[in-house]
Design a protein around this ligand. Structure first.
Ligand code: SF4
Length: 369
């Protein structure tokens, strides 16, 4: 490949076609870092709206380091993979404590931050500091698997190293940030899952296209089996308030809030599972009144079917929940649910509750208690 010509074709295309994204207008290390972490596993239009709100709420490292974790998680709510938000805040605390609140330019120091891998470190170093570091994300891996016609899965470490070396050898002096962003943009807009070779600015350099195999690159390793789980969640209303609890720090979705419930065990119906879970988790006797909805969502390799019920308390005295599997909890008014960060499935349940006019009445009229 003629590296100079490749770079010229790519950068000329990027200057005309690169998207106007907020962090490109002001490529500070902090902004680039936040945008890159948010963009992992998330579509770009969602990243833009979350990024804009985040920068209003936490405009710099010091503000972020001093923020309450609850507020950070709330600002992240809906993006998923909440460990990213926690790692960002832990990193901000480290940067304030050990670097005086100034983002370091050394890629090795950036990479040592919690939740930062070689891609993010390369992106910050090249875009914000102009250093000749490769930034190889899934888009760039796909582009180079085609440009170099690689016939091994890109998830394999040697293939990734091959791509990183190829990118490093092509980075132009004086313009590494634009070069890396142009590659990512090419992968996002042209060399996407279905390659748009007829619009591609670097088609003349592409081995897979020349060999007629662009559609079958990159080679994908077969997926692990998907595991399906059934869950039951209960909206327990008492005197117009609803019971929620906060998950433990060592559990899945640490620190997020939820409606009590859990897995449906073999031989149980979702209703039976819910009665048992309330007894075990919060030591309350409940009766599932009606099924509200069924929510399905994916979490890593799990496909969850969550059966959601409206419940009433059937114990002899005022309900006094004991939080055996949570660090906090209590009855809150439905309007306050938005003050708490919930995982995606429970957030969708709240959205359902808001839209079902039958449920607004019991929320406010206290008719079930
Ligand atoms: S020619 Fe096609 S396969 Fe090759 S880099 Fe361009 S879009 Fe991708």
């Amino acid at each position: 490949m003629d590296g100079k010509l490749f770079t010229t074709h790519l950068l000329d295309w990027y200057r005309v076609n690169g998207r106007d994204l907020p962090w490109r207008r002001d490529p500070s290390p902090y902004a680039i870092w936040i945008s890159e972490i948010m963009a992992q596993q998330t579509q770009m239009d969602r990243v833009v709206s979350y990024f804009t709100r985040w920068m209003d709420r936490f405009p710099d490292l010091i503000t972020l380091a001093r923020a309450k974790e609850e507020d950070v998680l709330k600002s992240w709510e809906g993006l998923g993979y909440y460990s990213r938000a926690r790692n960002i805040q832990r990193s901000a605390a480290i940067l304030v404590r050990e670097h005086g609140g100034v983002f370091p330019s050394d890629p090795a120091v950036i990479r040592a931050l919690p939740g930062v891998g070689p891609y993010t470190a390369g992106a910050v170093a090249s875009i914000a500091f102009g250093l000749p570091e490769p930034a190889v994300d899934a888009n760039v891996l796909r582009v180079f698997a085609r440009l170099l016609d690689l016939d091994s899965p890109v998830s394999e470490a040697p293939v990734r190293r091959t791509v990183e070396q190829a990118v490093r050898s092509l980075i132009p002096a004086g313009n590494p940030g634009d070069f890396n962003q142009a590659l990512m943009e090419l992968g996002a807009l042209v060399c996407s899952r279905r390659p748009g070779c007829t619009q591609c600015p670097v088609a003349s350099h592409c081995l897979a296209r020349a060999a007629g195999v662009a559609e079958s690159r990159p080679v994908i390793r077969p997926r692990r089996d998907v595991l399906r789980i059934e869950m039951a969640s209960g909206v327990l209303l008492h005197q117009g308030r609803v019971l929620i609890q906060k998950r433990r720090p060592d559990d899945v979705w640490p620190g997020l809030w939820e409606f009590p419930g859990g897995c449906v065990e073999q031989g149980e119906t979702p209703r039976q599972a819910l009665v048992r879970e309330f007894r075990e988790e919060v030591e309350l006797a409940v009766e599932p009144l009606e099924k509200l909805t069924v929510i399905t969502y994916a979490y890593t390799r799990y496909r969850v079917t969550m059966h959601c019920y409206l419940c009433r308390y059937v114990g002899p005295r005022e309900p006094q929940p004991v939080f055996n599997e949570a660090v906090a909890g209590g009855f809150v008014s439905p309007e306050r649910l938005h003050d708490y960060a919930f995982p995606a499935g429970h957030r969708r349940l709240i959205e359902f509750l808001e839209q079902d006019s039958r449920l607004i009445k019991p929320f406010s009229a206290d008719s079930l208690s």
